[in-house]
Each structure stands twice: as structure tokens, then as C-alpha cells.
Write a new protein. Structure first.
Length: 110
């Protein structure tokens, strides 16, 4: 597999961002992933995946300072680029094609 293919975790991170209206910072992404997968997600793993996806041209990021001027932390928000949506659409198409017609094979047999 080449660098052009999304890894499973990268795929999950992109889908989490999409669920969060296409733009989010790391903490809500971690919460979304944990809620959807039922597994603990290391924030560092999400941060690494976000940076890797940004380097690949699938995400844009911007820094946002806390509103109100006091307290809070500056956060890096990540936004899906058109290329990310194209990759997700293609991935969905391929997976749907692979799943097509194998329902019977998945049924439990006595």
C-alpha cells in the first residue's frame, strides 16, 4: 500500500472531523472517536494523525485564541479539504463494493 491510501486510524480521524461539522480540534475528535469506537484513544495518536493528514494535504489548520481575552488555551482547529472528502467518498465506494453480496457468508451457521 502506498502513501496515497488512508490508514484505518487516519480514516477514523477524518470521519470524526466530518461528524464534527468538518472542523474541530483534538479534544472533541478524541471524544468522538472514543464514543463511536468504544475504545480508549490516545490524544497523542490523534495529534500525530492530524499533523500527518495535514502534511498530506487532506486537512488545513488554523490557530484560534480563546474568546473573551482571559483564560483558556489557544487551539489548533483542523478542517477537511476537498481532497479528504474525495478520499472518504472513494473509500466508502470501495468498501461498499467489497461488502456487496457477502451477507450470507457473515451469517452465523449452526
Amino acid at each position: 500500500m502506498g502513501r496515497d491510501v488512508l490508514g484505518e486510524f487516519e480514516h477514523q480521524v477524518l470521519l470524526a472531523i466530518l461528524r464534527l461539522d468538518g472542523e474541530a480540534y483534538s479534544v472533541p475528535i478524541v471524544v468522538e472517536l472514543e464514543g463511536r469506537t468504544g475504545k480508549e484513544v490516545a490524544p497523542a495518536a490523534v495529534y500525530i494523525a492530524l499533523r500527518r493528514l495535514e502534511q498530506r494535504g487532506l486537512l488545513d489548520s488554523r490557530m484560534q485564541h480563546p474568546e473573551g481575552g482571559e483564560g483558556g488555551r489557544t487551539r489548533r482547529y483542523f478542517k477537511l479539504r476537498t481532497e479528504a472528502l474525495e478520499k472518504l467518498r472513494e473509500s466508502r465506494r470501495v468498501l461498499a463494493s467489497l461488502w456487496e453480496g457477502i451477507e450470507e457468508a457473515l451469517e452465523e451457521r449452526p
